[in-house]
Ligand binder design. Structure first.
Ligand SMILES: NC(=O)C1=CN([C@@H]2O[C@H](COP(=O)(O)OP(=O)(O)OC[C@H]3O[C@@H](n4cnc5c(N)ncnc54)[C@H](O)[C@@H]3O)[C@@H](O)[C@H]2O)C=CC1
Ligand SMILES: O=C(O)[C@H]1O[C@H](OP(=O)(O)OP(=O)(O)OC[C@H]2O[C@@H](n3ccc(=O)[nH]c3=O)[C@H](O)[C@@H]2O)[C@H](O)[C@@H](O)[C@@H]1O
Length: 487
């Protein structure tokens, strides 16, 4: 597929909501050859995008934005009149965060975006939801938009859920594992086939289904991923009670090709703007539908995940000698995962906050997320380098597994700290490297390793740390083992 050639037959598309998902979608659509108009209510964001700047950290996206802007096919606006007149296919990518007063999804942005478009569209057109929504939303929106639009039933609705991962957003958009079209008519399907033709021609598997199934595929996928992570973290709890080692357990499990190693990495658990709120909203919606029992386990998945955060604080307190009061902790990482500046429901930042609330003096360093973290928790101390963070630290806590932390030299770090004590919240380090340099090492679900002693297993068999290539030994071709970065 040559994605640089303009496609004269391509419809013009608008993308409403230019956050993590929408900006990526708009930019990639332009790269694929479409004329694209990105629309947002946030004037600052639109101004940044117009100036050729991606408003968040996403590897590879700035280069794609440059390329798309250079073609003259990509524009941004806050004007819905312009958006309604621009094209005949409109993608909606606005946020669906957790409601402030319940575990349900907040749908007011989705309603506003669909209403803003529908009330202005007076001809045959397709509105395509990409936001993650509770099952039944698309059917309800269909009635709403057709009632609002001068075009009436000529205005159709489809759902095209998105599965991209932050940190890999460009790759996942241009080379997705699958496409899902939730449609109510052949015409809607044909429009989506036209738009996604470059990816379909590339062999991307396609599932065409009804609106409800498309909505459900998305929340079911995120629920499965969250459950897999909480499963291994539940095993970590059992390991903590028995002296077993969850790292080796995960490795052994992952070698069963039916289980696989992806999303089986133990540690601080899942966060971000999607998995936590999506499992809660799904459970809430299932209860409304009278099938709450079917997904009751998602409450347990959530609880296991949250317990990892408080357990991390316990281990850091133990490392500090029993109290956190007045203890200087270097918190390495704030983002919910590496290669992202997103701190929404970030386990790392949550642990830093809990340590601070217990009286620790917490110094946070994240290579990209400091500004977002500072906006979220201004009380914590933020510094601009790893060295500044660890200087005079009583305990170092690795909370997000950025390469910079994985690759740090334990001897160099040791020269800066007050005490050589490290908590590895992401199973990202080789314990033996640290203990050999006089560090006390603690990790969730692993036996205690005092300074100067090797672990229960020889380095190299654990698959830990930078020495173990991410994919080595992974049982599924092209997939990561449980010890690699959480892709
Ligand atoms: N972030 C991700 O990696 C993925 C997100 N999703 C889903 O996509 C949706 C969006 O998520 P994010 O991009 O992360 O959220 P975000 O918060 O980064 O972006 C949402 C954008 O929508 C804009 N917006 C709000 N109301 C609007 C309106 N009425 N008209 C126009 N723009 C409006 C906001 O100003 C913001 O720029 C959510 O439903 C999420 O669950 C799905 C897959 C991946
Ligand atoms: O709906 C969404 O927005 C997206 O949510 C997740 O993507 P994302 O949140 O970007 O990040 P993940 O790579 O899934 O990681 C989520 C969290 O799980 C943690 N994780 C991941 C894998 C693992 O083995 N262990 C683990 O603790 C990560 O550290 C991170 O905090 C899904 O992977 C995407 O398919 C989906 O589109």
């Amino acid at each position: 597929m040559d994605s640089t050639l303009p496609n004269p037959a391509a419809p013009k598309v608008t993308v409403v909501g230019t956050g993590y998902l929408g900006a990526t979608h708009a930019i990639c659509m332009a790269v694929l050859g479409f004329d694209v108009l990105g629309v947002d209510v946030d004037e600052r964001k639109v101004a940044q995008l117009r100036a050729g700047k991606v408003p968040f950290f996403e590897p590879g996206l700035p280069e794609k934005l440059d390329r798309a802007m250079a073609t003259g096919r990509l524009h941004f606006t806050t004007d819905f009149d312009e958006a309604a007149a621009f094209g005949d296919v409109h993608f909606v990518c606005v946020g669906t965060p957790q409601a402030t007063d319940s575990s349900a999804a907040e749908l007011k942005y989705v309603h506003a975006a669909f209403a803003s478009l529908a009330s202005r569209i007076d001809r045959k057109a397709l509105l395509v939801g990409k936001s993650t929504v509770p099952i039944g939303t698309a059917a309800r929106l269909t009635g709403m938009v057709q009632g609002l639009s001068p075009a009436g039933p000529e205005l159709e609705l489809a759902w095209n859920p998105e599965f991209l991962r932050e940190g890999f957003a460009v790759e996942d958009t241009l080379h997705p594992d699958r496409l899902v079209f939730g449609v109510a008519s052949e015409w809607a399907e044909s429009q989506l086939r036209r738009i996604f033709h470059p990816l379909l021609a590339d062999g991307t598997p396609l599932i065409v289904t009804d609106l409800a199934t498309a909505e459900l595929v998305k929340v079911a996928a995120n629920s499965f991923l969250a459950t897999k992570i909480s499963f291994i973290n539940a095993m970590a709890e059992v390991c903590e009670a028995t002296g077993a080692d969850v790292s080796l357990l995960a490795r052994a499990l992952s070698l069963d090709t039916r289980i696989g190693g992806r999303f089986l990495k133990p540690g601080l658990g899942f966060g971000g703007g999607c998995l936590p709120k999506d499992i809660r909203a799904f459970k809430h919606r299932a209860e409304e539908l009278g099938v709450g029992q079917a997904v009751r386990f998602l409450g347990e998945v959530d609880s296991i995940n949250n317990r990892r955060r408080t357990r991390s604080v316990d281990l850091i307190r133990e490392l500090a000698g029993g109290t956190l009061s007045g203890v200087k902790v270097a918190a390495l990482g704030a983002a919910f995962k590496p290669n992202s500046d997103d701190v929404r429901d970030a386990p790392a930042l949550d642990v830093a906050r809990l340590l601070y609330l217990e009286g620790a003096s917490v110094t946070v360093y994240d290579p990209e997320a400091n500004p977002n973290a500072h906006r979220t928790y201004p009380d914590l101390d933020y510094v601009g380098s790893l060295a500044e963070a660890v200087r005079h630290a009583d305990v170092v806590a690795l909370l997000t597994e950025w390469d910079e932390f994985r690759e740090a030299d334990p001897q160099d770090l040791g020269a800066l700290v007050a005490h050589r004590r490290i908590f590895d919240g992401r199973h990202a380090l080789n314990p033996d490297h640290y203990t050999a340099h006089g560090w006390e090492y603690r990790a969730l679900g692993r036996p205690y390793q005092p300074a100067g002693r090797s672990g229960a297993v020889a380095a190299g068999t654990t698959g830990h740390g930078p020495e173990a290539p991410a994919r080595t030994g992974a049982p599924e071709t092209g997939q990561e083992g449980p010890f690699s970065q959480s892709h």
